[in-house]
Design a binder for this molecule. Structure first.
Ligand code: ME8
Length: 644
């Protein structure tokens, strides 16, 4: 079965930052993984070049729109080329074939009766290129997604009958629980659809930068809504509406997106596809945000980190490893230079790099760089079995896009190798004239390194080719089949000396401090390392006690209208009256289930306003890829009991 993997197409309103690089790295690694397995795989990325946002950015730059789009699109493409992203096609929505495909799709939906003409009056957020109803706005004016001011727009518009697809969408989510990954993200989509879908305005008359209407409809005032145009890229790239020879790749096996654009991909896109009578993608993989100081990194906020700058300092493959290892798929992650350096030094340099160096050194010393695997099974059955168990477990993590777990498990192989060397001490065996045994251990570890490099190849292609070169084999589909699927050992190694792959990083390599500051005080940092709390910033105990934490009991709870996330709670903290706490936990708890249950509350936060309601505290909770749970006292405690 063929595989089709996509990234979002990136807006050309600014250069790529590490958020874009992250999506592209995940998709690239997945595509490389499938190709390594011998799957017929097509990998698409590209740029989104229409809409009011781009028109405004071009105007600000003082350049003609097309020239502006050409430059930024090229900067994305050049960066991906420099990073050796293995895309099969880089699509631009200004490509002629794309526009023809979008017009064709519009026509099909129109002829089916799924698109009709009417008037639209609503509040438009240019940054999100989305209309909102008055009720959806925060404080009657602000965009509920990005918080920016919205504009009132009244215009004639064509509408897509999104409401018609409500039931079909809900059925699809329930029949295909893995459609939205991670599963924990599905609830927000399902709740949104259950809340009722309004027909979607899919054309604009207020600006001109967009795909024109199809000839057959002849309504030149209108251009197509940028999201309709953009989403269609996933099929126009395969030739939809023109030469359709690549449409055999459809449906996509996975479409990677950031959680910010999940709604477009998990609601609008499937509805458009249903209208076009095309099958739906197998998975929409929604990842979290890279944040800086807790805030989403974004071009419009200007708080971005340049992937080129990081890659120049640390190497692009180290960056790929770090980003895919650091953050569980679906979760947010803060980009910290300290955490990056820790992973380079401990995992890449110590665990992997040193193991390779030891094998190069021992093979040279004991047998002139030539070792065979004849005695490996005789002396190392236990290690081989352990290695095979790890190798067998890996595919499932990749299929669930859990790159952090995949790498974590993969690293167990290096522990098996390092442990075997310590336990069997080949240098002692050599002294005792037990050369066969000594060489068997070296060959075992060489095999471990070979197999691990095959599995690491999709994430670190060059580095693993260097390892393969040092061990004298090739990483390709046939070695994948032999060494991973058939579990064979490499018979003979002719080992080559290669320079250390991962020089240790002693000091941050980025000039000023564009990333999170490393801990200023080295001693404290070392102490923290011992406690294996490497990435936390240490605080004084007094600082902790500045936070007043108290046990409370929920005495009333209700859903906040128009919000999929918020619940309004009344929490008794033993004060003269209960406090109102507005908490973003509705996806995980129903209002009724909370009544009469105990919670832990941050009681001395400045009151905040959420959707116009005052919130006088915050509940303690823990969230991972399986969802969120409240932190509660193990046994019931008197309300108001301080925690600490
Ligand atoms: O939304 N952390 O384009 P865009 C992680 N053109 N990923 C991030 C990120 C962050 N801080 N910021 C951006 C668009 N991304 C539309 C898409 S698709 C038919 C149209 C990544 O340039 C993430 O993948 O704003 C997000 O979905 C994408 O960039 C949005 O890029």
């Amino acid at each position: 079965m063929s595989k089709y993997i996509t990234t979002p197409i990136y807006y050309v309103n600014g250069e790529a930052h590490i958020g874009h690089a992250y999506t592209t790295f995940i998709a690239d690694s997945m595509a490389r993984y499938e190709k390594l397995k011998g799957e017929d795989t097509y990998f698409l990325t590209g740029t989104d070049e229409h809409g009011q946002k781009i028109e405004e950015s071009a105007q600000k730059s003082g350049k003609p729109t097309q020239e502006f789009a050409d430059e930024i699109s090229a900067s994305f493409k050049n960066l991906w080329d420099e990073f050796e992203i293995s895309y099969d096609k880089f699509i631009r929505t200004t490509d002629k074939e794309h526009k023809i495909g979008v017009q064709k799709a519009f026509e099909v939906m129109y002829n089916k009766g799924d698109i009709y003409k009417d008037f639209y009056e609503g509040h438009y957020c240019v940054s999100c290129e989305t209309f909102f109803t008055e009720m959806q706005l925060v404080d009657g004016e602000f965009c509920p997604d990005c918080g920016r001011s919205t504009n009132v727009i009244k215009e004639e518009s064509y509408f897509f009958r999104l409401s018609k697809y409500e039931d079909a969408l809900l059925k699809h989510y329930s029949d295909n629980p893995d459609f939205i990954m991670p599963r924990s993200r599905a609830n927000e989509v399902i709740n949104f659809v259950k809340g009722g879908l309004r027909d979607l305005s899919v054309t604009r008359t207020s600006f001109t930068l967009g795909v024109k209407m199809p000839e057959s409809i002849k309504d030149d005032k209108h251009v197509m809504y940028v999201w309709l145009d953009a989403l269609m890229n996933y099929i126009t790239a395969l030739g939809y509406g023109a030469a359709e020879e690549k449409m055999r790749y459809w449906p996509a096996s996975v479409q990677f997106v950031g959680k910010d654009i999940l709604r477009f991909h998990a609601i609008y896109w499937p509805a458009f596809l249903m209208s076009l009578d095309l099958p739906l993608p197998k998975h929409i993989g929604a990842h979290g945000w890279w944040t800086r100081d807790g805030e989403k990194m974004s071009k419009s906020k200007g708080n971005v980190i340049s992937p080129k700058q990081v890659a120049d300092a640390y190497g692009v493959e180290n960056l790929r490893y770090f980003m895919l290892r650091e953050v569980p798929f679906g979760q947010d992650g803060d980009f910290s230079q300290r955490a990056f350096i820790d992973r380079i030094n401990s995992e890449l340099s110590n665990d992997l790099g040193n193991l390779l160096n030891r094998i190069i050194g021992m093979s040279g010393k004991y047998s002139d760089f030539e070792i065979d695997s004849v005695d490996v099974l005789k002396y190392h059955k236990k290690e081989i079995d352990a290695m095979n168990l790890v190798l067998d477990s890996l595919d499932a993590f990749m299929q669930n896009f859990q790159t952090h777990r995949y790498l974590e498990e993969l690293w167990r192989l290096f522990s098996i190798g390092n442990k075997a060397i310590e336990e069997h001490a080949p240098w002692v065996k050599m002294k005792e004239n037990r050369k066969d045994e000594a060489l068997a251990t070296v060959a075992l570890v060489a095999n471990i390194l070979a197999k691990a490099s095959i599995m690491l190849h999709p994430i670190m292609p060059h580095t693993t080719n260097t390892i393969a070169d040092a061990l004298n084999f090739n990483i390709d589909n046939s070695s994948y089949k032999e060494l991973i699927l058939d579990k064979k050992l490499l018979k003979l190694f002719n080992i080559k000396v290669v320079p250390p792959l991962f020089p240790r990083v002693e000091e941050p390599l980025m000039p000023e401090a564009p990333l999170a500051q490393p801990n200023a005080n080295k001693e404290i940092a070392q102490e923290a390392e011992k406690c294996s709390r490497k990435q936390d910033n240490l605080i004084e105990i007094g600082q902790f006690f500045e936070t007043s934490l108290k046990v409370g009991i929920v005495v009333a709870a209700e859903e906040v209208p128009k919000s999929n996330k918020l619940l309004k709670l009344q929490v008794d903290l033993g004060e003269d009256k209960p406090r109102q706490v507005v908490a973003g936990i509705r996806e995980f708890y129903s209002a009724e289930s909370l009544i009469n249950t105990q919670v832990c509350v941050v009681a001395n936060l400045k009151p905040a306003k959420l959707m116009g309601m005052v919130s006088e505290g915050m509940l303690l909770a823990a969230k991972d890829e399986d969802g969120l749970c409240l932190i509660r006292p193990e046994k019931p405690k008197k309300v108001g009991t301080p925690i600490g």
